[in-house]
Design a protein around this ligand. Structure first.
Ligand code: AP5
Length: 261
C-alpha cells in the first residue's frame, strides 16, 4: 500500500477500538478512561466540512477508527450536555437547544466557551477529527489562533459535496438510537428490526432538527455562514474537496485516493 502524510501505515493495519470521548463530551476536568493509542506516524489533525446530512458523522466514524484519531463533534457535545451538565442546563445549554431545534447556529460565544473548556482534546497525542466545528468565520479564526498557540498544525480539511436532493434523502431517512446514539438510515443503513437499534436494542427516533421545515433553515444557515470556510481553508492549502455520492466505504476510498495524489 502506498503511504503519504495523510494515510500512512496506520491505515489498513486494522480497526482501532472506538475512542473514549469522555473528555470531549463532558469538558472541564473530565478525563478519558482509555488513553488514545499512540499513532505510528504523525497524529491526524483533520476538519470535516460539508452541509448538514452530507455524511460527515458517518465518515468521521470510519476515519477515526482507521486513522486512530478522536472524533470531536460539537453537535454531540451540545446534545450530550442536556444529560451531563446540570449547571449549563439552566442557561447556555437551554438556549443552545432552542437554536438547534430551529436549525440555527448556536452563538459563537457559547460554542467557543465549550471549545476552550476542551483544549486538552486539541492537544491530545492521538490527534483529532473535528466535525461541525468550525462553522463560522469567527470560529475558524479562533481555532487557527488556538492551534498556532499550541503549535498544532492541521493536516487537511476534507470538504464533502453532495447535491441537495441527496442531502434531503439522507437527512429525512436518518434515525438515531435514544440509548447508545448509533445512527441508522431507513433505506441506506437499515436496522435489522424496524425502529430498534441493532447495537443495544434501544428505540430509534428522528432527530428533532431533521424535520423538513428545520432542514431548510439548516441548509440556508450552512450556505451563509459555513460555506465561506471552504475558501478560507483553500487559501491555506489545506482543502480537499470530496464527492460524497456512493456508499460510505466508496467515499472513504475516494478520500484516500484524493489524498494520495
Ligand atoms: P451537527 O450535529 O454538527 O449536525 P450537522 O452538521 O447538521 O450534520 P448532521 O449530523 O446533520 O449530518 P452529517 O453530515 O454528520 O450526516 P450523517 O453522517 O449523520 O449540528 C447540529 C446543530 O448543532 C446545528 O444545526 C447547530 O444548531 C448546532 N451546532 C453544532 N456545532 C455548532 C457550531 N460549531 N457552531 C454553532 N452551532 C453548532 O448522515 C446522515 C444520514 O445519511 C444518516 O442516516 C446516515 O446513515 C446516512 N448516510 C451517511 N452517509 C451515507 C452514504 N454514503 N450513503 C447513504 N446514506 C448515508
Amino acid at each position: 500500500m502506498k503511504t503519504n502524510r495523510f494515510f500512512p501505515k496506520t491505515d489498513g493495519v486494522g480497526l482501532m477500538p472506538k475512542q473514549d470521548r469522555t473528555a470531549w463530551l463532558k469538558g472541564g476536568e473530565a478525563r478519558c478512561t482509555m488513553p488514545p493509542r499512540k499513532p505510528l506516524g504523525n497524529a491526524w489533525h483533520l476538519i470535516l466540512l460539508g452541509a448538514p446530512g452530507v455524511g460527515k458523522g458517518t465518515q468521521a466514524e470510519i476515519l477515526s477508527e482507521r486513522l486512530a484519531c478522536c472524533h470531536l463533534s460539537t453537535g454531540d457535545i451540545l446534545r450530550a450536555a442536556k444529560c451531563f451538565d446540570e449547571q449549563m442546563q439552566s442557561t447556555a445549554i437551554q438556549s443552545a437547544v432552542g437554536y438547534m431545534k430551529r436549525g440555527e447556529l448556536v452563538p459563537d460565544e457559547t460554542v467557543l466557551r465549550l471549545i476552550h473548556e476542551r483544549m486538552r482534546c486539541l492537544h491530545c497525542s492521538g490527534g483529532f477529527l473535528l466535525d461541525g466545528f468550525p462553522r463560522t468565520m469567527a470560529q475558524a479564526e479562533t481555532l487557527e489562533k488556538l492551534l498556532n498557540e499550541a503549535h498544532v498544525a492541521l493536516t487537511a480539511v476534507f470538504n464533502y459535496e453532495l447535491p441537495l436532493d441527496k442531502i434531503v434523502a439522507r437527512i429525512s431517512g436518518r434515525r438515531g438510537c435514544t440509548k447508545c446514539k448509533s445512527v441508522f438510515h431507513i433505506v441506506a443503513r437499515k436496522p435489522q428490526a424496524e425502529g430498534i437499534c441493532d447495537q443495544c436494542g434501544g428505540t430509534l427516533v428522528q432527530r428533532e432538527d431533521d424535520r423538513l421545515e428545520t432542514l431548510n433553515v439548516r441548509i440556508k444557515t450552512y450556505e451563509e455562514n459555513t460555506r465561506p470556510l471552504v475558501e478560507f481553508y483553500r487559501k491555506r492549502g489545506l482543502l480537499i474537496t470530496i464527492n460524497a455520492e456512493g456508499s460510505p466505504e466508496e467515499i472513504y476510498r475516494r478520500t484516500r485516493l484524493l489524498t494520495l495524489g
